[in-house]
Design a protein around this ligand. Structure first.
Ligand code: AHG
Ligand code: MN
Ligand code: MN
Length: 282
């Protein structure tokens, strides 16, 4: 597994450099989710592919920017599913973006996720790695190295509320629940990039990030294999919870297709319990 994490560290520096120095125009193609690809999405995908080609333990790659899986080493056992650049449409306004990695062994099914990692490209480069049985670990780039900062642990209750999706298309019970959190004193913190939004909640001790099913996107927007499941694992390892609209753990998801999405809610225990009550799924 260490070779996979070392590859992710190299990737982080390369993608950060690409964000700062390369062309941000459109690639004139769509990805498998029907979204316009930016040249930087495609470049980040190639940076990641090029690095994992050198890691014999990696058997297969599944990327947000590739239609199908890419087979690598038949001797390897890790299947790496990744979003090369999350929130790429925020780069032109100079907001933070990220990369997300889910490492599966055995099957592309949440229960088979063995580790996850994400990188935040902000004023500084930060990396968080979660492995089974321990709290997620935060690293910060200093020079050309990553330095360990410490473990990440969620409090029982937080103060931040990051409500995703178009409000006009929210279900009435979802709107009532989000409003009730604000009425309780929660503060809005939402950039439109799930990596910095979820990272902020993790580092500030807790809160809720939601991306529900909406009237225009009944299954939500965020993709299971490389967005939802890696962060569900992070939140559970940090002492929080991650569920869907039925109250089922996102760590029980069994994706049918590589680009399947799911409504998702990530938070500390208090907010997720409040959500279950509001949704009538207790
Ligand atoms: P990506 O840039 O990889 O397509 O993902 C962006 C995601 C996520 O970061 C964010 O939470 C969500 O899209 C916001 O989407 P909308 O603004 O369309 O609701
Ligand atoms: Mn994304
Ligand atoms: Mn992306």
């Amino acid at each position: 597994m260490q070779t996979v994490f070392e590859a992710i560290k190299k990737i982080a520096f390369e993608i950060d450099d690409a964000i700062k120095n390369s062309d941000l125009g459109y690639a004139e193609k769509e990805n498998a989710s029907g979204e316009d690809q930016l040249k930087i999405d495609v470049l980040s995908d190639l940076i990641i592919e090029k690095e994992f080609v050198t890691v014999p333990r990696v058997s297969m790659l599944v990327s947000e920017e590739k239609e199908g899986a890419l087979q690598l080493h038949s001797s390897g056992s890790y299947m790496v599913c990744y979003d090369p650049l999350d929130g790429s449409s925020l780069i032109d306004v100079n907001l933070s973006v990220g990369s997300i990695f889910g490492i599966y062994e055995g099957s592309l099914d949440a229960q088979y996720l063995v580790a996850s990692a994400y990188v935040v490209y902000g004023p500084r480069i930060e990396l968080v790695i979660a492995i089974k049985g321990s709290k997620p670990m935060l690293y910060r780039a200093e020079g050309d190295q990553f330095k360990v900062i410490g473990e990440i642990s969620l409090n029982e209750k937080g103060k931040l509320n990051a409500p995703g999706g178009t409000q006009q298309n929210w279900a009435p019970h979802h709107k009532a629940f989000i409003d009730s959190l604000f009425a309780e004193g929660y503060r809005l913190r939402y950039s439109g990039g799930m990596v910095p939004d979820l990272h902020q909640i993790l580092l500030k001790g807790g809160g809720l990030f939601s991306y529900p099913g909406t009237s225009d996107k009944p299954y939500g927007k965020l993709r299971q294999l490389f967005e939802v499941i890696p962060f569900a694992f992070m939140y559970e390892q940090a002492g929080g919870q991650a569920i869907n609209e039925k109250g089922e753990r996102l760590m029980e998801l069994v994706p049918q297709h590589h680009h399947d999405t799911s409504p998702c809610f990530f938070g500390s225990n208090y907010e997720i319990e409040a959500l279950k009550k509001a949704y009538g799924i207790n």
